[in-house]
Design a protein around this ligand. Structure first.
Ligand code: 13P
Length: 251
């Protein structure tokens, strides 16, 4: 049985007081109940340090939304893996479609970031997904295959147990238009098959593959009940403690 992982990608939302408020609500709402899943929150950089102290000794783990692959130096505006580690991050989202489309990140850059995260002791949540045009052009699988093959280049089978892949169809992000459980399952199964051919069946079987794209309390359960869907990467619905908790409970 693979573990289920629910992660909240806050994106560019919540200043420091708002972050404190949301985390406090989340932690008290989750209470001491034993969960069947791992829970991760990914607030913006300025809130990470405070978030780390708030989630200490709770079930909630901390992730960042991006990082750069260099150790340090003249890279204005960027943050390093070691900076994220030092404030208490365990995870880092890499290759999100908003980074790819709005900030011009390509597969090669994402691959460098994934490698750096791994050597620095961070666990990447590596995002892949096709645009609407690509889906309608019937090239979804080619796109996913390219993103995964390039993104995971030179990454060993050993390191694969520290990577989560998040399948996020771009057309489903923030649009309210979720992939149907069948559409998502088809791509998740494809990704698992691809990992099996790139690595081995056992690496593929233990890989956590999250679905992201308009996951809400009312569709989470059905998505999460698919054989190859091992969790969700939640955007909008993680910004309210109640709805994020409902999704966590659905897992
Ligand atoms: P939404 O849940 O708002 O569609 O965002 C999904 C996402 O991009 C998570 O990384």
């Amino acid at each position: 049985m693979r573990r289920k992982v629910i992660a909240g990608n806050w994106k560019m939302n919540n200043n420091l007081p708002e972050s404190q408020n949301l985390i406090t609500k989340l932690i008290s709402g989750l209470g001491n109940e034993k969960l069947n899943c791992e829970v991760i929150i990914c607030p913006p950089f300025p809130s990470l340090s405070e978030a780390a102290s708030l989630v200490k000794n709770t079930v909630v783990k901390l992730g960042a939304q991006n990082m750069y692959f260099e150790d340090s130096g003249a890279f204005t505006g960027e943050v390093s893996a070691s900076m994220l580690k030092s404030v208490g991050c365990e995870y880092v989202i890499l290759g999100h479609s908003e980074r790819r489309t709005l900030f011009g990140e390509n597969d090669q850059l994402i691959n460098k970031k994934i490698k750096k995260a791994l050597t620095s002791g961070l666990k990447p949540i590596f995002c892949v997904g096709e645009t609407l045009q690509e889906r309608e052009g019937n090239v979804t699988k080619n796109v996913i295959k390219r993103q995964i093959t390039e993104g995971l280049k030179e990454i060993s089978a050993n390191d694969m147990d520290r990577i989560i892949i998040a399948y996020e169809p771009v057309w489903a992000i923030g649009t309210g238009k979720t992939a149907t459980p069948e559409q998502a399952e088809e791509v998740h199964a494809f990704i698992r098959g691809l990992i099996s051919s790139l690595y081995s069946q056992s690496v593929a079987e233990s890989l956590v593959i999250q679905y992201g794209g308009s996951v809400k309390p009312d569709n989470a359960k059905e998505l999460l009940s698919q054989k190859n869907i091992d969790g969700s990467l939640v955007g909008g619905a993680c910004l309210k403690a109640d709805s994020f908790i409902s999704i966590i409970k659905a897992a």
